[in-house]
Design a protein around this ligand. Structure first.
Ligand code: MN
Length: 288
């Protein structure tokens, strides 16, 4: 059985992204390190109640280059618009997989309907690195609707797995990725257990949104992230409470990482170039 190498504790405090997203940076000090490659960062908006308003909360136009943002809504609606001309709503269960590549400017707002009605928002945004050879490709946008994401019920009926990317027991998820990545939502009932195998060269992580589970004799609580050891390939999870968790496993990218704000490249010089290119409007532009 695969063991846990490190538990990343729940972050002591969060911060706001714009005025729409009170996030917990759940990878804490491990964010942007080689140790968790190809994953870079995971922001979690734990269930947050917003009052009705006539203006839209969120984060206005800003650029990205060199990686991908994966936004999953669990509750509430996010409205996306970008400099390439894509617009869309990410509603409950939907996933937006955006490849910033050479550069994109986008805004991420509460949808107008959600803003007007108010309600509860719960979502995650995972940043996935791109191998150097893909960092400067044209931006790409994959709007993945909940109904297009396969859900597997395990035979003992205590667990469901929603396959966003990669595959779970031969069921393939809809997201297209630039390096091998498994990304699944796991729900496991209290007292239930499940086993599955992963490539043991992968970086394998589990973020517990709700509930509590154990791996061997190690307890993983809500808001904690388990980083698994590379040895062994069978993962076994035993739920002590009803659990909802995000499972991530990906082939490490063995390249240097330089992350500055919205840009993630391999070298400082490339960050300076990204700032110049953004200021020159080469990542596109959009109105507030
Ligand atoms: Mn963004």
């Amino acid at each position: 059985m695969k063991k846990i190498k490190t538990i990343i504790p729940a972050p002591p405090k969060g911060h706001w992204v714009g005025d729409g997203f009170p996030v917990q940076p759940v990878f804490s000090g491990m964010a942007f390190t080689r140790e968790i490659s190809p994953f870079l960062m995971l922001d979690y908006v734990q269930p947050a109640v917003f009052t009705p308003t006539l203006r839209q909360r969120g984060v206005g136009p800003h650029p990205h280059r060199g990686f991908e943002t994966v936004t999953i809504s669990y509750r509430g609606e996010i409205e996306h618009a970008d400099s390439v001309g894509n617009v869309g709503i990410v509603g409950p269960g939907d996933v937006q997989w955006m490849t910033a590549g050479s550069g994109i400017v986008h805004k991420e707002m509460h949808s107008s309907t959600f803003s007007r009605n108010g309600g509860t928002m719960e979502m995650v945004q995972l940043w996935v690195n791109l191998p150097a050879k893909y960092k400067m490709i044209a931006p790409r946008y994959q709007p993945i609707l909940s109904r297009d994401i396969p859900i597997i019920k395990l035979t003992n009926d205590c667990a469901t797995v929603r396959v966003i990317a990669g595959k779970f027991k031969e069921v393939v998820g809809p997201a297209s990725t630039f390096s091998p990545i498994d990304l699944w939502d796991i729900d496991l009932k209290s007292g239930g257990s499940m086993e599955f195998s992963v490539r043991n060269s992968d970086t394998t992580m589990l973020f517990v949104r709700k509930g509590r589970l154990v791996v061997g004799d190690v307890v993983v609580n809500a808001q904690e992230v388990a980083l698994f050891a590379h040895e062994e390939s069978i993962v076994r999870l035993d739920a002590q409470e009803d659990v909802s968790a995000l499972f991530m496993s990906g082939e490490p990218i063995h390249e240097s990482i330089v992350a500055r704000g919205p840009f993630v490249m391999n070298f400082e010089e490339e960050i300076r170039q990204a700032m110049i290119d953004y200021q020159n409007g080469e990542m596109g532009q959009m109105a507030d």
